[in-house]
Ligand binder design. Structure first.
Ligand code: SF4
Ligand code: SF4
Length: 355
């Protein structure tokens, strides 16, 4: 069972203590004297009100909680472009992070060193350059921003750790893995390599439309979420927006890789009681809102099926059953996510015109 704590809040008083209380408070995650990396989202130089980056007042509230628990927080990210001191300086200044850090007397990362780490559980990446600031910390707390993303549809908790990959390598991975599924696997490979102890999402001023950069539109949501599990958190955001979580590539890959939590508990607000009404997805993802799941293309079972039942286990809608050692799909329940197609070890499910 995984807890996702959700509150309605503001930047004037983000109430991080109240948010973390059901999870055991900040003291559960850090020990006295820990150097704690606050892995923010600093995608590009942009003012806080544009909602491209984690808001400095949100970060300030987390900084204070970490200090109260005896930790020593510092801030780091590898933004878009060259991972250089000059770039970092510009981004810290424009995003309001520099001023906040000066006022709170905490340090900002300027170490641009990297090291190639092996990724034992990686499905696509077996190794990758990783920024030193990330693996030199005692603990990591990730502070993602709730935003849309034209390529991956949403950029939430699963994606925030991608910023521990140096900027130009990130660009290279985009070019090498242009397909949504492959790129989503890279995001999960990196997330699992240095999994944060805690994730606290800034959804107070979110982004809708053509995110994740300046093309998106800020939207007042007044939300903060906390969890130890990025997948559970992202599923929860999808539930609030009213879209099928498996429609988001990284969540679909997480489902196939069996990274979905068995059960999610909501000790405070529940997503179904707090829908985000009228949230605008990027144009690439409109089918998720309309329910028009790629017309009548769906999973077609072929005679290669041996009845192993893997598709039945993975299906998020209970639309597949194995009868007499043959899988059958109930198309009225099927949302055309094709998780079954991806998991089938016999390549017995083809995407095609459904009967
Ligand atoms: S996973 Fe493939 S082989 Fe196994 S039951 Fe489903 S369709 Fe058949
Ligand atoms: S495509 Fe349909 S049958 Fe296959 S996993 Fe998705 S919902 Fe289930």
């Amino acid at each position: 069972m995984t807890d996702v704590s959700i509150i309605k809040t503001t930047y004037i008083k983000p109430e991080i203590e109240r948010l973390l209380k059901p999870l055991g408070g900040m003291g559960r995650f850090i020990e006295k004297g820990d150097r704690v990396l606050l892995k923010v989202n600093l995608l590009s130089p942009s003012e806080p009100e544009k909602a491209v980056t984690t808001h400095p007042e949100f970060v300030r509230a987390v900084v204070r909680e970490v200090k109260k628990a005896g930790g020593s927080p510092f801030i780091g990210d590898s933004p878009i472009g060259r991972f250089s001191r000059r770039n970092l300086k510009k981004i810290y200044r424009m995003t309001g992070i520099e001023e906040m850090a000066r006022e709170e007397q905490i340090s900002l990362n300027y170490d641009t060193g990297t090291k190639r780490l092996s990724i034992s559980g990686g499905t696509i990446l077996k190794q990758s350059p990783i920024c030193s600031y990330a693996f030199n910390a005692d603990k990591i707390i990730a502070l993602p921003k709730l935003k849309t993303h034209s390529f991956q549809y949403m950029t939430l908790a699963c994606k925030v750790m991608y910023g521990i990959v140096p900027g130009l390598t990130k660009v290279k991975y985009h070019a090498l893995f242009p397909r949504r599924a492959g790129f989503a696997d890279i995001l999960l490979d990196i997330y699992l390599l240095l999994k944060p102890s805690l994730i606290i999402m800034d959804g107070i001023l979110g982004m809708e439309g053509e995110g994740p950069g300046g093309g998106g539109d800020p939207v007042e949501l007044g939300l903060a979420l906390a969890s130890t599990d990025a997948v559970a958190m992202d599923i929860s955001v999808c539930r609030m927006i009213g879209i099928e979580p498996v429609g988001i590539p990284v969540l679909k890959r997480a489902k196939i890789r069996r990274l979905w939590p068995e059960k999610i508990e909501y000790p405070l607000l529940r997503p179904e009681d707090n829908p985000i009404k009228g949230f605008r997805l990027p144009n690439t993802a409109l089918h998720l809102l309309t329910g028009n799941n790629a017309s009548n293309i769906g999973p077609v079972i072929t005679d290669r099926c041996i009845g192993c039942g893997e598709c039945e286990k993975i299906c998020p809608k209970g639309a597949v059953t194995v009868v007499d050692r043959l899988a059958r799909v109930m198309y009225s329940k099927c949302i055309r996510c094709l998780c079954c197609h991806e998991i089938c070890p016999e390549r017995a499910i083809k995407p095609g015109k459904i009967p």
